[in-house]
Ligand binder design. Sequence first.
Ligand SMILES: Nc1ncnc2c1ncn2[C@@H]1O[C@H](COP(=O)(O)OP(=O)(O)OP(=O)(O)O)[C@@H](O)[C@H]1O
Ligand SMILES: CC(=O)N[C@H]1[C@@H]2OC[C@@H](O2)[C@@H](O)[C@@H]1O[C@H](C)C(=O)O
Length: 393
Amino acid sequence: MTKLHLPLEKESVLAVGLMSGTSVDGIDAALVKINGSGFETEVELIHFETVNYDNALKERIFKVCEPKTSSVDEVCRLNVVLGEKMAEAAIKVVTEAGLSLGDVDFVSSHGQTIYHLPDEAATLQIGELAVIAKKTGCVTVGDFRPSDMAVGGQGAPLVPFVDMVLFTSAKKGRVLVNIGGMGNLTVLPKGLEQGADILAFDTGPGNVLIDEVVRLGTNGAKAFDNGGELAEAGEIKEKWLAEMVNGDSYLTQPFPKSTGREYYNKGMAEKLWKEGQDKGYSFEDIIATVTAYTVRSISYTIVEQLDPHFNGELDEVLIGGGGVHNRFLMERLEKELGRPVMSMEEVGFSSDAKEAIAFAILGNEFLRQQPNNVPSATGASKLVSMGKLVLPI
Ligand SMILES: Nc1ncnc2c1ncn2[C@@H]1O[C@H](COP(=O)(O)OP(=O)(O)OP(=O)(O)O)[C@@H](O)[C@H]1O
Ligand SMILES: CC(=O)N[C@H]1[C@@H]2OC[C@@H](O2)[C@@H](O)[C@@H]1O[C@H](C)C(=O)O
């Protein structure tokens, strides 16, 4: 094992980024080559793999995320079980690429969020780093959020740092939206310079409500609306949609703001499902309307909250996260936004791998002892280098 020199001095590194997001579908693993740091960062995706959670593991995770069904012993156990799964994902992405773990400079893991209390500076991501370091034999970094919280930040969102260094354009004002479990965005006015304050926050639900309603309507046989085909077969019930939007106090909250499964969750989906059924709507109509609500949470934020603030200079919207695969959602979003809406693929990037790549880049900054939070996005009082380090075991 070659020794790691800290701070990292070599210009180019090979890293694995691991992301396990709020939709609790599995672990995304991106093997990347990173050159440089900060605004000079260049990244090349070498290989991408997803290791899905099986249904039993998903249930265990959902259970520990909910105070009523959680227990400390189960959190403790899952920390190790998920550490093992994350190591498995890291090993898979490296070996499937035909490389060896000895070639990898570091693994950088987000962990699985179990609970997030931004106003109490408390957050918990599990998936033991020491287990990953032992199983992969690699330098392992992770657990980024607490360092931002330690200086008064909300510990989220963290990806805007990466959006800023990779996607700032000299010619166009851009909004980057990630539609994962939750929806979140980063605003990049044209010609943004390093160190500028950037705005980034959560828009509301991403796929979470769609996924939960699909599960309810299929008795768990399906976990998401593949391609948006269920929604396509239904009809949006406009009056009900307006009720959903008016009843959502998060949407009108001023930005910056963050949310999660504590608000948009199975309970909310069950309520919507019951309402839809009581109104006599079909399964497809319910999915179409819940999808339209998800779209509206994003379009409302951009059109009503951001456009006036940025004098209409936000020219294009780039979408990442699993939501890009939902055609019904993407088409309606483009209609409501009235400007080009593109997937990350259209700018030569990967929608599915984006967040895993982002955590590799955050790990790279940390190991170079460079700041990697965005205080204007998280509310932190200062720049910090977020992360924790476990040496190979
Ligand atoms: N083919 C598809 N058609 C429709 N939706 C899809 C498809 N593939 C993935 N999705 C949606 O994307 C979701 C996963 O997205 P993603 O992996 O970006 O979320 P995440 O990283 O877990 O969440 P977050 O970014 O909020 O932490 C799935 O739960 C599903 O709703
Ligand atoms: C605490 C937590 O896991 N937050 C997630 C969640 O999922 C989306 C949104 O809410 C975002 O704030 C964040 O993740 C992304 C990766 C971020 O920090 O940028």
